[in-house]
Design a binder for this molecule. Structure first.
Ligand code: CTP
Length: 407
């Protein structure tokens, strides 16, 4: 049997990037031979094994054919006769379809190295279309390597468009899609992920609520970029520049969905978009089964981001409601993430990227003032149950009034 390193490990070594995961392909072996060498079988789908010592994945060389819709509809053929070239041709991108032996001799039948140099994400063969998830993968790689100057080859974008138009994307499971989306949002240029999905018409299938923001104007005084879609991309870009966590990036992407619902006659104003957007945010959250912390923050940021921007003008009672909604007493981190998302929203505007955001410290100070109210003296005064709750609220309100006066 011959063993080769394949996929991302070869690509990233050639790019001079750190290699974390190594995938191997085994040519000329049977399952029985692998088991006899102590490899442990994994996965019901394909003949893939874990190395007895390193735990790395070793897959028997295989060919694949699609036999129906979705990911379940696959037949594969693995046998000692399947060649390395046959295994590589079923892969997604030429830069992912190179193999290397233990002497670092490269097997590159589909010109991955040439495309690495040309900075092109290009599909290997029409077999690309057999897994619609690859539309999201290519967009994710574009987000990751945009900084190196990579873009999607025109013919690959066209194939992605055909896949988007065919209805195949709808067969993807929430879990597989979310894995790609969440990884893409954590890349250096997550806005490129959305741009590529939009360029191949996948965005209107996957997230029509985000797609609908393009072409919707906002008042130029606050939004020199005017277009709500462009603004959303900038907010996402800021969230990556500021190394925000996934929760914040997800909230940034979804914060303005309500603006897509504003009747044209009301443009460029978007009265109450914070409320109209909530059902859309909920729908996107649920479509991809986003983790609970992402779902929660996206809804809270959607509902309260304007409060964040107007923090310094808010009445103490409104400020208190905001702090109560976030449960800042038990969930301080979540409130920090809200503040971060608001700041990204403020900076994700043309020409305003470097602005300061005094609201952030003001909101932190308000949260600290409210948290500073001690419960013990109220208990000692004999307050219990709902009255105690009311008494605490009143004290917090007093604390916020004092805070506002001295700020
Ligand atoms: N692959 C593919 N189509 C998919 C998934 C994977 O063709 N839908 C192939 C590609 O050759 C890829 C390899 O399997 O390089 C390994 O896949 P994976 O580990 O998911 O990706 P990597 O390329 O290693 O990239 P990453 O750095 O994102 O892990």
């Amino acid at each position: 049997m011959q063993i080769y390193k394949v996929g991302g490990a070869v690509r990233d070594r050639l790019l001079g990037k750190p290699v974390t995961d190594i995938d191997w392909v085994v040519v000329g072996a049977t399952t029985e031979e692998m088991l006899a060498k102590g490899f442990r079988p994994v996965g019901a789908d394909f003949p893939v094994f874990l190395h007895p010592k390193t735990g790395e994945e070793y897959a028997l060389a295989r060919t694949e054919r699609k036999s129906g819709r979705g990911y379940g509809g696959f037949t594969f053929h693995a046998s000692p006769e399947v060649t390395l070239e046959e295994d590589l041709i079923r892969r997604d991108l030429t830069i992912n379809a190179m193999a290397e032996d233990d002497q670092q001799n490269l097997t590159d039948p589909y010109h991955g190295q040439r495309d690495l140099e040309a900075r092109l994400l290009r599909h290997v063969s029409p077999a690309f279309a057999e897994d619609p998830l690859r539309v999201l993968r290519v967009a994710r790689f574009a987000a990751r390597y945009a900084g190196l100057g990579f873009s999607v080859a025109a013919e690959t974008l066209e194939l992605m468009r055909q896949l988007s138009d065919s209805g195949e994307l709808e067969a993807l499971t929430a879990e597989r899609s979310w894995k790609e989306i969440s990884r893409a949002l954590m890349e250096d240029q997550p806005q490129v992920f959305i741009e590529v999905l939009r360029a191949c018409d996948a965005l209107k299938v996957l997230m029509p609520e985000v797609d609908a923001l393009f072409g919707v104007p906002q008042p130029e005084a606050h939004h020199p970029e005017i277009d709500t879609g462009v603004h959303t991309l900038s907010v996402l870009e800021q969230s990556a520049l500021h190394k925000q966590p996934l929760t914040v990036r997800w909230a940034c992407l979804l914060h303005d969905l309500g603006k897509g619902l504003t009747p044209e006659a009301d443009w460029p104003r978007h009265i109450a978009h914070e409320h109209t957007g909530l059902k859309l945010i909920k729908a996107v959250n649920e479509r991809f089964k986003a983790p609970k912390d992402c779902q929660e923050l996206a809804l809270l940021v959607g509902q309260y981001h304007t409060h964040g921007h107007r923090a310094l003008e808010l009445k103490p009672s409104t400020l208190l409601e905001l702090l109560q909604s976030f449960d800042v007493y038990r969930r301080p981190q979540r409130f920090e993430e809200f503040i971060a998302a608001c700041e990204m929203d403020a900076r994700g505007r043309k020409g305003l990227e470097q602005r300061t955001y005094p609201q952030a410290d003001y909101l932190r100070g308000a949260a600290n003032a409210a948290r500073g109210v001690a419960v013990q003296p109220l208990l000692e005064k004999g307050f219990k149950g709902p009255e105690l709750g009311e008494a605490i609220k009143l004290e917090r309100l007093k604390a916020l009034k004092a805070y506002k006066e001295q700020a």
